[in-house]
Design a protein around this ligand. Structure first.
Ligand SMILES: *Cc1c(COP(=O)(O)O)cnc(C)c1O
Length: 366
């Protein structure tokens, strides 16, 4: 990979390397709390989300002859509440407040027709009284179901366009809204949108530290989820608290693992600076699996369909085909391949995404 050791962000003094690191003090829970409280916030979620056992799922794996850890649990970030819930409910509490603080009255977003992020901004904008345009690309004839339907219900103006014109369409909306005397905000242009997801999951770290103690989980823990800001925020929390928490992130779309690791390390330096943290993330802080991402973004393979069925049947827990089903197919796949260390308790991060399940109903027909 092409990372120069002296490259800009990584040279920042917030970054330390475990090998040459002197014994340092860990950041206190109170420091995280205080810094979180200082940030403007617009409430969208019911927090804390529950941490629940996955005992019947664990038993189903044991019945297959798979070696499993003593404790397997799920962090239910699918039940944040608003608009069918999900991890974006945490992220956008900070983002909507940030938009309101900037005095904007209109939000312009560019994303896929199946985007959970697009749905949450629709919900946040509805609640905050902001006008919302979603430039929805990739599938001009996607049926009005799942997230797209919910966006429409919550008042989003949907502009369907081929991907290559998405930016032009957004710029035109920006111009028209400005001329009409409004103050529009193009979400993907604001760097804050890249770090708020990690910030949202620093708070998840606070919740989990307490919940794991209450659940009597001791020893090493492995958090299992998807590539993104959420799991990175959790790892950043753990690293600065000196906790024995490891993370595995399954990819859900094409892309180089090294690129994700690099972007994540860069973002973590920004968050570390904002929160006055000792450590940011190194490229090898997150284990990333690329084997379970399926044929394309938004397209599940057979293992994902099997994982969704298996967990639903064992636990009454519903996963989605684009994200959490992929993460779960990764967990099941790695268990079956004997690559999971059974000394580590597993906590599966259920990050939401449920409305998109209904857009894939045909894949569940017998
Ligand atoms: C957006 C999303 C993710 C991953 O992205 P983050 O950067 O962590 O927010 C994972 N799961 C679901 C359901 C999502 O919508």
């Amino acid at each position: 990979m092409g990372l120069a050791p002296g490259s800009k962000r990584l040279n920042s003094n917030t970054r330390t390397h475990s090998a040459d690191k002197p014994k340092t003090m860990t950041v206190t829970q109170d420091q995280f709390r205080t810094k979180l409280e200082e940030l403007p916030r617009f409430k969208l979620s019911h927090l804390n989300t529950p941490l629940e056992p996955l005992d019947r799922f664990k038993q189903a794996l044991i019945d297959e002859g798979v070696e499993v850890p003593n404790r397997m649990l799920v962090k239910r970030d699918d039940v944040t509440g608003l608009a069918f819930g999900g991890n974006k409910g945490r992220h956008f509490e900070f983002e909507i407040a940030h938009i309101l603080e900037g005095g904007f009255d209109t939000v312009i977003n560019i994303n896929h027709y199946h985007s959970n992020q697009a749905r949450f901004i629709a919900a946040g904008c509805a609640k905050a009284g902001l006008k919302y345009h979603i430039v929805s690309h990739d599938s001009l004839d996607a049926p009005l179901t799942g997230n797209l339907l919910l966006c429409k219900l919550m008042g989003a103006k949907i502009h369907r366009t081929p991907l290559e014109y998405a930016r032009q369409v957004a710029d035109k909306i920006f111009k028209d809204e400005t001329e009409a005397g409004r103050k529009p905000y193009i979400l993907p242009d604001d760097p804050f949108a890249d770090v708020m997801g990690m910030i949202g999951f620093l708070e998840t770290g606070l919740e989990l530290e307490q919940q794991l103690e209450e659940a009597d989980v001791s020893g090493p823990v492995r958090f299992w989820g998807l590539t993104g800001r959420s799991i990175a925020g959790l790892r950043l929390y753990a690293k600065n608290r000196g906790l024995d928490w490891q993370t595995t992130a399954c990819q859900y779309s094409p892309g180089e693992v090294e690129d994700f690791q690099q972007v994540t390390a860069d973002r973590s330096s920004q968050v570390a600076e904002m929160f006055d943290l000792e450590h940011s993330l190194d490229n090898d802080d997150l284990q990333v699996l690329s084997d379970y991402r399926g044929p394309a973004y938004g397209e599940p393979d057979d293992r994902v369909i099997e994982a969704i069925r298996m967990v639903a049947k064992a636990e009454g827990l519903i996963l989605d085909p684009n994200y959490t089903g992929k993460a779960m197919s990764g967990l099941i796949g790695e268990f079956r391949a004997g690559r999971i260390n059974s000394e580590e308790s597993i906590v599966f991060i259920h990050s939401g995404g449920l409305p998109q399940l209904f857009a894939h109903a045909d894949k569940f027909v017998d």
